[in-house]
Design a protein around this ligand. Structure first.
Ligand code: PGA
Ligand code: ZN
Length: 390
């Protein structure tokens, strides 16, 4: 394939905020999402501005020969040359990701392949991590909301289609028990409730689901604790905790609620307490770094060295380069770190995340349960499963 035509435009995400969409050779558009609980270490979304990046791409006229995933290096070199940058990620994580994704979509279309097929040999269907109840920064419209940002269900049946049914059952049943009717940015139930009450209800529904579907079902939280941390202290609705008390608190709630997954239990610089929790609970629970790593290779290397995590959130638009994402997946595989490819709270209707999860061989995909922006990704995974699994 030769890249002949690049077109870019500004589109709206699920929250109505601006983001970028790019198309190559007139093929299907690729777009980037937007986060709200944005980590300090994420690659900035745009070089100069969204408008500048859109104009740059619309003027892009290097005719690059592109035949395989690894040829993304040619795209990155051309960006560096034309925009006078040292590293392609300086072009911005949203703009680089959308452009690279659009190039891959064009190659898939022109060669009659599926997007996930372009990505190497590690293909597998991930387990879903579904956001059932929301709190924290994602649910700021409700007073007395839970402190934790996400209450999650992780069904572990063999088939993705079965896992989807389990997630939907848990989502509906928990919503009913909480008397919820409204949803937040990610389609998770909006409620005025204590964290503990939500965890109790989620746990009882988990047990029901395990019986009903004869499958293991885990629950978890994204505590998103960087957003609770101010002036050296974690501030909850009903308590304040110093960092060591925060560690003791998590050492209590992980076994008490049988948590299978805990994301960002500490603020984004505290490798040490992540490591203590990982030592205490990491045998039975995924100790996940999101803001801690911010999809940056060097931070992941640091977390592996300090044994701070046993699982990591990977968000394409926290980094920008799909080549670098491939290196991150590779490092995780070699270091036995579980991978969770993740959406953002402000999503688009692009389903490519599902293909990247399969193509990179992610262990999990976190993309919500309800609303059209999440459902396109889940439905795409069902489609891929039908195409690939006997
Ligand atoms: P964000 O949050 O997409 O708003 O950054 C998601 C998360 O913290 O996992
Ligand atoms: Zn998170």
């Amino acid at each position: 394939m030769i890249i002949k035509e690049v077109s870019a435009r500004i589109v709206k995400d699920s929250r109505g905020a601006d983001t970028i969409a790019v198309s190559v050779n007139g093929c299907e558009e690729a777009s980037a999402p937007n986060g709200k609980s944005v980590g300090n270490y994420e690659t900035p979304s745009y070089h100069r501005s969204l408008r500048w990046c859109v104009d740059f791409l619309n003027a892009f006229c290097d005719e690059i020969v592109f035949e395989k995933f690894e040829d993304l290096i040619r795209i990155e070199k051309a960006i560096c040359k034309n925009a006078d940058l040292k590293n392609a990620r300086e072009f911005g994580a949203n703009s680089l990701y959308a452009f690279e994704s659009a190039v891959l979509k064009a190659l898939a279309s022109e060669t009659g392949k599926e997007l996930f097929e372009l990505l190497g040999k590690n293909k597998k269907i991930p387990l879903p991590v579904g956001n059932v109840v929301g709190g924290g920064m994602h649910s700021a419209s409700v007073s007395h909301r839970p402190n934790f940002q996400e209450f999650l269900v992780i069904p572990r049946a063999l088939r993705f289609s079965e896992n989807l049914k389990i997630m939907q059952f848990v989502y509906a049943s928990v919503g009913k028990k909480l008397g919820a009717s409204l949803v937040n940015d990610e389609g998770a139930w909006l409620v005025a409730s204590e964290d503990e009450r939500v965890l109790d209800i989620l746990n009882s529904v988990r047990k029901e689901a395990e019986k009903k579907f004869a499958s293991k079902v885990g629950i978890g939280i994204d505590a998103a604790c960087s957003t609770l941390f101010h002036d050296g202290i974690y501030r909850y609705n009903n308590k304040i905790l110093k960092p060591d008390m925060q560690l003791a608190f998590f050492e209590q709630i992980v076994p008490n609620y049988n948590l299978f997954y805990v994301e960002d239990a500490f603020e984004q610089g505290d490798f040490k307490r992540f490591a203590s929790l990982n030592k205490f609970a990491g045998k039975n629970c995924l100790i996940v770094g999101d803001d801690l790593i911010a999809t940056q290779y060097n931070r992941l290397v640091g977390a592996i060295r300090t044994r701070s995590i046993n699982a990591v959130i990977i968000k394409p638009n926290q980094n920008g380069s799909l080549l670098e994402l491939a290196r991150i997946f590779d490092l995780c595989r070699r270091s036995r770190i579980k991978t969770i490819l993740s959406h953002r709270s402000g999503e688009t209707l692009d389903s490519a995340l599902a293909d990247y999860a399969v193509g990179f061989g992610a262990d999990y995909i976190k993309c919500g349960v309800a609303t059209p922006w999440r459902e396109v990704k889940l439905n795409r995974l069902v489609e891929i499963e039908e195409k690939t699994v006997a």
